[in-house]
Design a protein around this ligand. Structure first.
Ligand SMILES: [Zn+2]
Length: 214
C-alpha cells in the first residue's frame, strides 16, 4: 500500500529516534506482543510461535509481570525478548514527564533487564522520549498494526492487514491481552503459516539495533 509506506516514511522523519521497522534484505519479520504477560493468552502465543521456531518480542506491563511471574519466566525460557511498556500502561499525553519516567523505572525494579521500550498507545511526548533515550533505551514502534484490540475490526480484517502490509524487516504489533485474544487466536497461526511458507524467519528485535538503521 503506497499511502501506508508514505505514512511510515513521514513518521520516521518526524520521529527519527524511534524505530518503525528494521532495514533488511533478508526475509525477516519482527512479531511483537504488547500488554502481557497473562496466563490466559501468553502461553498459547508461546506454543504457537514454537511450532514455527519463531522468536518474538514481548512489551510487558510491569503490573502483569508482578502478578504473573511464572508466565514471564516461560517467555524468557522460550528465548524471546522482553521490552518495557511502563508499569501501569500509562498514557504519555496524560502524564507528567516525572511520573512517566518513574513508571518506566518501576518496571526496571522488577529486575527484568531490557533496553527496548514501547510507549503504551504509541504515544510519547518528546520530553519523555528524551529521558527514556538518555536511559539507554531504544524506542520501538511498528510499521504494521494488526488492530487486534479494536472491537470494530473483524478478525478477517485483522489478518488481512498483516498479510498485505508486512514485508522484509517489518515490526508487527499484536497484543497478548484478553481484549485482543479472539482476533489474535484467529490471526497469529495464519500469519505464521503464510510467511513461513514464503520463506520468512521470525526474530526478536535485536538489542543493538540503531535508529539510523531503522
Ligand atoms: Zn499497550
Amino acid at each position: 500500500m503506497k499511502w501506508f509506506n508514505r505514512f511510515v516514511f513521514i513518521l520516521k522523519k518526524i520521529y527519527p529516534n524511534r524505530i518503525w521497522n528494521i532495514s533488511s534484505k533478508d526475509k525477516t519479520l519482527y512479531l511483537t506482543f504488547d500488554d502481557g504477560p497473562i496466563p490466559e493468552v501468553t502461553p498459547w502465543v508461546l506454543e504457537t510461535l514454537a511450532q514455527y521456531q519463531a522468536k518474538a518480542t514481548f512489551f510487558c506491563i510491569g503490573d502483569n509481570i508482578k502478578k504473573n511471574p511464572e508466565t514471564l519466566k516461560q517467555v524468557i525460557t522460550e528465548g524471546h525478548k522482553i521490552g518495557n511498556h511502563t508499569y501501569h500502561h500509562l498514557n504519555s499525553y496524560k502524564t507528567s514527564t516525572e511520573a512517566y519516567l518513574e513508571n518506566v523505572l518501576a518496571f526496571e525494579k522488577l529486575g527484568v533487564s531490557t533496553n527496548l521500550f514501547r510507549p503504551p498507545y504509541g504515544k510519547c511526548k518528546s520530553s519523555q522520549a528524551k529521558k527514556i533515550l538518555e536511559r539507554g533505551y531504544k524506542i520501538v514502534m511498528w510499521d504494521v498494526i494488526s488492530e487486534d484490540y479494536d472491537k470494530n475490526i473483524s478478525k478477517e480484517k485483522c489478518l488481512n492487514t498483516v498479510l498485505s502490509q508486512a514485508k522484509n524487516g517489518s515490526i508487527i504489533i499484536f497484543h497478548d491481552s484478553l481484549k485482543a485474544e479472539k482476533k489474535l487466536r484467529y490471526a497469529l497461526p495464519k500469519v505464521l503459516e503464510y510467511f513461513n511458507n514464503k520463506g520468512f524467519n521470525f526474530k526478536s528485535i535485536p538489542e543493538n539495533i540503531a535508529e539510523s538503521n531503522a
